[in-house]
Design a binder for this molecule. Structure first.
Ligand code: SF4
Ligand code: SF4
Length: 278
């Protein structure tokens, strides 16, 4: 038991990150659906009424030019969710975490920015602080499809994730409950180093084209770490990555510098320009 306790406290060396290849994404929406199912977000029959939708994995369709005509039309799908900011400079914590009054959102030693729905008091400071509009407020009590005959969504609610009530803020947590479950299983099976435990969030596990890669950014041999260094890689609205080291150092000192751990990849210049507001 003592041994378990000692090893269980072994220092987490991993830093989870994500790379999304926009040239591979077909916009099927499977990731968004898997995310809702995994995190007990209701899937509405008619999701055109935006305020009632509670989804923190958005699939945004974009085209190269509003006025462009066939055959010059080019379409892409940008997945937008919490960018899992690392923070940097004077305040190495994400913008949303620095404002939460009740520590409903925090950063773990694996770098994941968590969100505990049941602790949130709904003040929405975090929504104002988030530079990516990645957080969603539950304006209504969640309603789940309840079919009388046959399987229904409510029967498949995930017992590992609490149901978010009305008046709370939700967001992507990199499905860190999956990691915690895998970690506990590994400990029970005698594997005691938490760094042995790898996992995949629901979106990455469900993507049929392999566009979403998840893993450890601290491991230079991991696919995600290699992709983050790819020449096609960029971070959302993060143009400072291309600036000189001195310029970067200056910008990183600004209050609430985001420094996200989600990377997007594309070789198409119009997508790159759009994502970086050039
Ligand atoms: Fe917080 Fe927004 Fe950054 Fe996510 S994207 S960590 S919600 S500031
Ligand atoms: Fe914290 Fe909830 Fe307020 Fe956001 S809305 S700052 S998570 S209490």
């Amino acid at each position: 038991m003592n041994e378990i306790k000692k090893e269980y406290k072994s220092k987490m060396k991993r830093k989870w990150g994500m790379a999304i290849d926009l040239d591979k994404c077909t916009g099927c929406g499977q990731c968004s659906l898997a995310c809702s199912q995994e995190n007990n977000m209701p899937v509405l029959k008619d999701d055109s009424y935006n305020p009632q939708r509670v989804s923190f994995m958005e699939v945004m369709k974009v085209i190269n030019d509003r006025d462009v005509k066939y055959p010059d039309v080019n379409v892409a799908y940008i997945l937008k969710m919490c960018q899992q900011c690392a923070g940097d400079g004077l305040k190495p914590i994400p913008p949303c975490v620095s404002v939460c009054l009740v520590v409903a959102t925090d950063v773990g030693d694996d770098g994941v920015v968590s969100q505990i729905w049941s602790r949130c008091i709904g003040c929405r400071y975090c929504m104002s602080a988030c530079p990516y509009e990645a957080r969603v407020f539950n304006w209504w009590k969640p309603e789940y499809d309840k079919r009388k005959n046959g399987p229904s969504f409510i029967d498949s609610l995930n017992p590992d994730v609490s149901v978010a009530s009305r008046g709370t803020v939700v967001k992507c947590t990199f499905c860190s409950h999956i990691w915690k479950k895998e970690r506990d299983k590994a400990v029970a099976a005698g594997k005691l180093d938490i760094n042995d435990v790898l996992y995949k969030p629901a979106c990455a596990a469900s993507c049929p084209t392999g566009a979403i890669v998840f893993g450890d950014l601290n491991d230079p041999t991991s696919e995600v770490a290699k992709l983050s260094k790819d020449k096609r890689a960029m971070r959302l609205v993060h143009t400072i990555d291309e600036k000189s080291a001195e310029e970067q150092a200056k910008w990183r000192k600004i209050k609430n510098y985001a420094n996200p751990k989600v990377y997007y990849l594309s070789s198409k210049q119009w997508i790159r320009d759009m994502m970086r507001f050039k």
